[in-house]
Structure formats: C-alpha cells, structure tokens
Write a protein of this length. Structure first.
Lengths: 119, 110
C-alpha cells in the first residue's frame, strides 16, 4: 500500500534558526502533498497544499514566508520553518494520496509526524 | 464550508465492550470518508475508507457505516481491548483536501 515517510520524527532548535522537514512518498508518485499542523489535544489543521513543480497553496492565516514549501519532485516535499520561534512549536504531519493510481477515490496516507520544539 | 463533528469527545469503557463513535458532516458532496487512529505523539493510521457510493466497510473488529444523505458515519468497535486506546479521527474528502473532526479520545480499561 501507499507509504509516506516523514523525517525527522522530532527536532529541537534554537529560536531564530530554520528547520527543514521532509515528506517522501515511497512507493507512489504524489503530484500533491499536504502539510498539517496539530496542537496538543487538537485536530489537524491544514496549512498548505504542496504542488509538484509549482507554488504551494497556503490556507488563510498561514504565513507563506515563514513556512516555505518546496515540492521539487514527484516523491518529495519539504517544509522549512524559517526563523522559528517558540510559538512555532507543534506537531507537523504531511499527507499524500496515490491519485495517479486511484484518483479521488483513493484514501490519504499520512507520515509519522515531526515534533518541533523551539527553545 | 465543510464541517466535521465527532461525538463523544472522549470515551472510557471497560475491556470487552462494544462501542460506537459518531461522525457528522455538513456537506454531503463528498468523495469518501476515512477513519483514522492516532496514538499520542504519532502520525495517523488509516483504519477504514468508505467511498461515497458505499454504505459500510469492515476490517476485523471494526465496522464503519456511511449515510451520505444525512451526513453521518459511525465507527463500531467490537469487543474493545486496551490496545484500542487512542484518538479516532473522522475525515471527509471532497473538492477540498481532507477535513477532520476533532476526534474521539478512547480509553479502554483492562
């Protein structure tokens, strides 16, 4: 089945530095990937839709200059949190769907998430 | 705008009980509905996927139903076990990316 790999699983960084999170589709091509953010005991909030070869689409209220998304290949999307601050500490999860095989009827597969702590 | 609601928010049951988790959504124009499980600090594991044309799906002790016209889905867990303790999330897929409910936190007590 479709597998999405996300790295790192956790990262601690100093305030003001940048952190890159990778999301890879291992056994399928993903023209579109999705980035979510989850606060403790809250549900997932969609941050942006990552489109291969073009600009990401950001949800309202998400700073595109702070959360840089790059989708340079059909199997890799990256989320870079720039100039991180403690309020950026959260759980970030990526998702993809094997749309090329199954179309809209395929379910979504999620990565294992990245716990970001900014100190 | 699609909205997904899950009831109850939290549930604690003794081991062995059968239980039902509820999910409702406001816009019935969906492609499919997925139920996920999330353990603390972990990603999401897909449990069941129901296409909009389907009424139910089963996997082991899990059974999910879908009533698209009324905007409802239920997840039935038979003979619950302590290992079932987790947060269960319902999400619908339509013309927009997945929209999630806030989840039901399930605790199964041995």
């Amino acid at each position: 089945g479709a597998v999405v790999s996300q790295h790192p699983s956790w990262v601690i960084c100093k305030s003001g530095t940048s952190v890159k999170i990778e999301c890879r589709s291992l056994d399928f091509q993903a023209t579109t990937m999705f980035w979510y953010r989850q606060f403790p005991k809250q549900s997932l909030m969609l941050m942006a839709t990552s489109n291969e070869g073009s600009k990401a689409t950001y949800e309202q209220g998400v700073e595109k200059d702070k959360f840089l998304i790059n989708h340079a290949s059909l199997t890799l999307s990256t989320l870079t949190v720039t100039s991180a601050h403690p309020e950026d500490s959260s759980f970030y999860i990526c998702s993809a769907r094997d749309y090329l095989t199954g179309g809209a009827n395929y379910g979504y597969t999620f990565g294992s998430g990245t716990r970001l702590t900014v100190v | 705008k699609q909205e997904v609601t899950q009831i109850p928010a939290a549930l604690s049951v003794p081991e062995g009980e059968n239980l039902v988790l509820n999910c409702s959504f406001t816009d019935s124009a969906i492609y499919n509905l997925q139920w996920f499980r999330q353990d603390p600090g972990k990603g999401l594991t897909s449990l069941l996927l129901i296409q909009s044309s389907q009424r139910e799906q089963t996997s082991g002790r899990l059974n999910a139903s879908l009533d698209k016209s009324s905007g409802r889905s239920t997840l039935y867990i038979a003979a619950s076990q302590p290992g079932d303790s987790a947060t269960y999330l319902c999400a619908v897929s339509g013309n927009t990316p997945l929209v999630f409910g806030k989840g039901t936190r399930l605790s199964v007590i041995a």
